[in-house]
Design a protein around this ligand. Structure first.
Ligand SMILES: *[C@@H]1O[C@H](CO)[C@@H](O)[C@H](O)[C@H]1NC(C)=O
Length: 148
């Protein structure tokens, strides 16, 4: 079942897809779902993705670096062109490439955990909790024209 889904996603990845689709079905988004995370953690502009199924280390390459405003508190977040980390069921660790602006500073998000209906974002030792449903849709990057 999981393998079928993976192959299906792979086919979709190589089919022409519109990046303005709010619910993209790339392998990267499918792997988020497979590990218990909502797809909205990644913007829609994923171009390449790799995952070591053994270790869980992944890298995501976006079309370009990306700026987003996250609901509901309108935090500004930036995604580097390449995002790396280690994904397990309900847990993303060693995250590199996502920063959020809050309290007049930029903070690097180092990990994300799924906890019931919430997502727990880790910034070093500090955590912040948000409802997962805020991340049900994969956002488009700001100031970029959607390409297809
Ligand atoms: C995947 O991870 C395992 C365990 O860390 C490692 O032994 C293996 O070399 C990795 N494979 C690739 C293709 O990097």
């Amino acid at each position: 079942m999981k393998k079928t889904l993976f192959l299906f996603s792979l086919l979709l990845l190589y089919a022409p897809i519109s990046y303005s689709n709010p619910n993209p079905h790339t392998v990267a988004h499918a792997e988020l779902t497979n590990h218990g995370f909502p797809i909205g953690l990644l913007p829609s502009s994923v171009q390449a993705y790799s995952l070591n199924q053994t270790s869980g280390h992944f890298s995501v390459v976006l079309g370009d670096s990306c700026k987003l405003t996250l609901p509901p508190d309108n935090y500004v977040a930036t995604y580097s062109r390449t995002i790396t980390g280690k994904i397990d069921q309900g847990r993303i660790a060693d995250l590199d490439g996502i920063r959020v602006r809050a309290f007049f500073k930029w903070w690097s998000i180092t990990g994300i955990r799924s906890s019931g209906d919430d997502l727990v974002f880790e910034v070093g030792m500090v955590t912040a909790k948000f409802p997962s449903k805020n991340f049900d849709e994969s956002p488009d990057c700001e100031g970029q024209r959607s390409s297809s």
